[in-house]
Ligand binder design. Structure first.
Ligand code: HXC
Length: 289
């Protein structure tokens, strides 16, 4: 059953906002990233999502395509962000089939709960490799296409040179808030997400002059996600006041999609090297999660 628009996107964005754009997304078969891509596709983009599981990635891509008749959504499985070779093949396919890459979402992540004492070096390394090395790998491979996209857009823009990157040549990384304070059983993830944040900031600084923007979305507790399903139990409404999330609820996946649309839209032309925390104020009161 295809999702209704209101389930993955607010009703404030203009149809066709991203017409002619192409988004490449790692972790695209997951709950948050698939909603981000679905929102962009609804608003006119074509997309390529990649994931490790072939059947799931292809199924999710087909489902995302229902967001807009005529959209082109590639689902490429057997892609591990730790493998440059598999990523390169997927990037090449995306560029060949869809014509380029205007937006990158680096969302692939690994997670499990484990006390530090039970975290083997390989367990720690696995999450660092998926989150940090994987984000670096896809960034490096996508950047030539993002730079070309930004250049093409700027050459058509009537604005002064470098006044805007326009809605092209943009990166959004998916991070978290747990490393702002620390969270038991999540040392490996906190260290990895700190690395992702640093990667985004450095890409923003090095590639800003070429018209590429790079930002981080840091979701707080978002209901209906694999991460939160595994990590925590959703509390009853009203159980937070005074001791927890200021907005007194978990977030919705579509609130991450909305943040993504904002960062990829012309409304965020002068926004780069930033982290957009979407957590209802949670981390400021209890650390987030
Ligand atoms: C301790 C564990 C473990 C656990 C795996 N390992 N699970 N150690 N507790 N629960 C150890 C293994 O024993 C092994 O170490 C090492 O980790 C690698 O395990 P593999 O299974 O071989 O690795 P791999 O197949 O690459 O799997 C990667 C994974 C896995 C991260 C370990 O959990 C995974 O891919 N999960 C799916 C992705 C995911 O969780 N996505 C949701 C992200 S949500 P040894 O020493 O035995 O070799 C998210 C939200 C963040 O990121 C916000 C948080 C609040």
């Amino acid at each position: 059953m295809p999702l209704e628009k209101h389930e993955y996107l607010s009703n404030v964005w203009k149809d066709g906002l991203f017409a002619g754009k192409v988004v490449f997304c790692t972790g695209g078969n997951g709950s948050i990233c698939s909603a981000q891509v679905r929102a962009l596709v609804h608003l006119g983009a074509d997309a390529c999502i990649v994931g490790r599981n072939v059947e799931k990635t292809e199924r999710v891509a087909k489902d995302i395509a229902t967001a807009r008749p005529g959209s082109r959504v590639l689902g490429i499985g057997a892609v591990d962000v730790r493998s440059v070779e598999s990523l390169q093949q997927a990037i090449d396919t995306c560029v060949r089939e869809l014509g380029g890459i205007d937006f990158l979402i680096a969302g692939a992540a690994g997670n499990f709960l484990a006390p530090l004492a039970q975290l083997s070096p390989n367990a720690f390394k696995s999450v660092i490799d998926i989150d940090v090395l994987g984000s670096y790998n896809v960034t490096k491979l996508a950047l030539p296409h993002l730079v070309a996209s930004a250049k093409k857009h700027n050459s058509k823009s009537s604005l002064p040179k470098h006044a805007t990157a326009g809605p092209s040549g943009r990166i959004v990384y998916i991070s978290a808030t747990i490393h702002y304070t620390g969270l038991p059983l999540q040392t490996h993830v906190a260290v990895a997400k700190a690395g992702v944040d640093a990667l985004s900031n450095n890409v923003a600084i090095e590639y800003g002059p070429l018209g590429v923007t790079s930002n981080v979305i840091a979701p707080g507790p978002i209901g209906g996600t694999e991460g939160m399903d595994r990590l925590a139990k959703q509390p009853e409404p009203g159980s937070y006041p005074g001791k927890g999330i200021p907005l007194d609820r978990w977030g919705q996946i579509k609130e991450i999609a909305d943040a993504t649309v904002y960062l990829f839209s012309d409304a965020a032309n002068f926004v780069t090297a930033q982290t957009l925390v979407v957590d209802g104020g949670a981390w400021r009161t209890y650390g987030g999660g």
